[in-house]
Design a protein around this ligand. Structure first.
Ligand SMILES: Cc1cc2nc3c(=O)[nH]c(=O)nc-3n(C[C@H](O)[C@H](O)[C@H](O)COP(=O)(O)O)c2cc1C
Length: 367
């Protein structure tokens, strides 16, 4: 049976061909010890990485200890972490057909926090926390007890090197795609937004200056990864705050990244300021993905309250995006891609052991 569903068409990003357009969004699990993937990741990634989605993007992974959001975040700043992650996903990669990408991240001023399920409080230095670097010494919340410190040129060079080293480690363990976290108020977004970046050197002030460091980091990662490996970014298209990072700034950044070999844009929003007013509703970020796709022609991922297969299909049919990322719904309904295949008459990879459970129609399954 052939399908006309767009969600179930393959998609090529640089040298990587995904079986379909379904992406499992990166989702922090706050369950690592010293940055090492362990039993929880084996269960979590094993479950989701065998559900037939085209791509799973592993959670925000710190490029250095101080680049983590919480002490429980995954890391790729040493070889032991790379080996633990390789071993954690080994079985899933044997039985599943989902490609594995990873999101490389530095939290900047949003680091040094407890996991949300432990209250999400800021951890003081010396009590499990650390000094947080940022473009400027401006705290996320004015109530933050220990504000970040403004990074020196040396600090910035180290972060750039850390991103490049983490990317090399990811490649060395067979990760097939790299996403740089430039969204949700983390370090690279902090450089972009005039609300967090008030530097007076060549990395602050004008839009061109604020984009400079994130672009340097992108270049370093691009240069340290094979030319055929897809490297892209996650971007917050707007801060949702008057005077903050805007949609037109996003388009300027994406135009520039396109010339530097950026293979995809994953379009999210917000996260930089506690003053944000997000009009959350089904598909509320899709319009941003559509403008990035239209402006650049680069493969674009839509995300945010996309929960129904028909909704995902419509976004692709209207050419508002090329790929669809699903976050929370993938946690509550880990076999969402099976349901999507059933509803859209798509073909999906199902491990042989589970074939008898495919809902209703064996024709949707491939082994
Ligand atoms: C538990 C959880 C962890 C998340 N961690 C990350 C992350 O590591 N990196 C990131 O860019 N976004 C992260 N997000 C945001 C999701 O990737 C996604 O953009 C968001 O949940 C909206 O999509 P959804 O409505 O399909 O859930 C996280 C969301 C959740 C619920």
């Amino acid at each position: 049976m052939t399908t006309t569903s767009r969600l179930f068409q393959p998609m090529t990003l640089n040298g990587l061909t995904l079986a379909n357009r379904i992406i499992i969004a990166p989702m922090c699990q706050y369950s690592a010890t010293e940055g090492l993937a362990g039993d929880w990741h084996r269960m979590h990634l094993g479950k989701l990485g065998s559900n037939g989605a085209g791509l799973l993007i592993i959670e925000a992974t710190g490029v250095s200890p101080e680049g983590r959001i919480t002490p429980g975040c995954l890391g790729l700043w040493n070889d032991g972490q790379a080996e633990a992650l390789r071993e954690t996903i080994r079985a899933t990669r044997t039985f599943g057909k989902t490609s594995f990408g990873i999101q490389l991240s530095h939290a900047g001023r949003k680091g040094s926090h407890d996991a949300p399920f432990n209250g999400g409080r800021r951890l003081p230095t010396g009590a499990g926390g650390w000094e947080t670097p940022a473009p400027s010494a401006i705290a996320f919340q004015s109530s933050d007890a220990n504000p970040p410190f403004a990074m020196s040129r040396e600090d910035m060079d180290k972060v750039k090197d850390d991103f490049a080293s983490a990317a090399r480690r990811a490649v060395s363990i067979g990760i097939e795609l790299i996403e740089l976290h430039m969204a949700h108020g983390y370090l690279l977004h902090q450089f972009l937004s005039p609300l967090a970046n008030q530097r007076t050197d060549s990395y602050g002030g004008t839009l061109e200056n604020r984009m400079r460091f994130p672009l340097e980091v992108f270049r370093a990662v691009r240069e340290n990864t094979p030319a055929t490996l897809p490297v892209g970014i996650r971007i917050s298209a707007t801060d949702w705050v008057e005077g903050g990072w805007s949609e037109s700034d996003t388009l300027a950044l994406c135009r520039q990244l396109k010339t530097m070999g950026c293979d995809f844009f994953h379009v999210s929003s917000g996260g930089l300021s506690p003053d944000q007013k997000i009009p959350a509703a089904p598909g509320y970020q899709v319009a941003f993905a559509a403008s990035v796709k239209k402006e650049t022609g680069v493969p674009t991922i839509a995300v945010g309250l996309i929960t129904e297969p028909a909704q995902a299909e419509r976004i692709l049919a209207e050419e508002d995006a090329d790929l669809i990322a699903v976050g929370r719904r993938m946690l509550s309904e880990p076999h969402w891609p099976w349901r999507a295949a059933a509803e859209l008459q798509g073909k999906i990879h199902v491990p042989a052991q589970y074939l008898r459970a495919v809902p209703g129609d064996q024709d949707i399954a491939i082994r």
